[in-house]
Ligand binder design. Structure first.
Ligand code: DX5
Ligand code: ZN
Length: 220
């Protein structure tokens, strides 16, 4: 599996050194958790912009932007400037199907990959109709809004259901899981069909980034 490290829990002091250490440890992407204080309670807009500016100058590791915001379009535009690998919007933030399709089209027109994220209580069937147009489904394995939560076990069945649907319909969409992921549940996520896992706390709390990154990637 590939590993996208959430920078939500990176401490401000010597954050540059932390980003270097994460890059050397072999992360595949930096996961940027943008929260506007409306779609979710926390507001990380300032710090995420600051960190993304640093990352854009010091590393070539691709950026995996996760927008947990209500007013989506302005954030899509401001993060496209950083030329991220992908921008992921929340299904639950769209007023209707047309609005969601509009975001998808706009992001792809700017040559950026697009993902849809679903909260733990959103059924995977809600996004089936959008799968032919997107690159990634970000399955939230915690309620979005903060780091350091425990993975919700029921979300693993959603990953299995999504993987089955993708196979049956010959769709090449990546499955990415996000929230509460650590060395003890990474294997189960891979078996359920995950291509990418997002981890923040389990990496930031470890004293050997290289080791925890290796364990989370669950090499074959
Ligand atoms: C939660 C974010 C996740 C979270 C992951 O709203 O989308 O990316 O920061 O962090 P941990 O690994 O601490 O759950
Ligand atoms: Zn996230």
């Amino acid at each position: 599996m590939e590993l996208s490290v959430s920078i939500l829990s990176v401490k401000k002091e010597n954050c540059i050194q932390t980003f270097y250490n994460l890059e050397t440890a072999g992360v595949d992407y930096f996961h940027i958790d943008v929260m506007d204080g409306e779609f979710v309670e926390n507001d990380t807009t300032k710090i995420m912009t600051e960190y993304t500016e640093y990352l854009n100058t010091i590393t070539n590791i691709p950026l995996d932007v996760h927008l947990m915001v209500k007013d989506v379009m302005p954030y899509i535009k401001s993060y496209l400037i950083f030329e991220p690998r992908s921008i992921t919007v929340h299904y639950e933030a769209a007023k209707n199907k047309e609005e969601l399709l509009g975001w998808i089209q706009y992001i792809k027109e700017q040559n950026c990959k697009v993902g849809i994220s679903i909260k733990p209580n959103t059924a995977v069937k809600e996004i089936f109709e959008f799968l032919p147009y997107i690159h990634t489904v970000l399955v939230m394995t915690v309620e979005p809004g903060k780091g350091g939560q425990k993975l919700i076990p029921e979300t693993i069945a959603k990953i299995k259901e999504l993987k089955k649907y993708l196979k049956e319909n010959h769709l090449e969409v990546e499955i990415e899981a996000d929230g509460g992921i650590n060395e003890n549940n990474a294997n189960g996520l891979k078996e359920a069909g995950c291509d990418i896992v997002v981890a923040g706390t389990s990496i930031m709390n470890s004293d050997d980034y290289k080791e925890i990154v290796r364990k989370l990637k669950v090499k074959d």
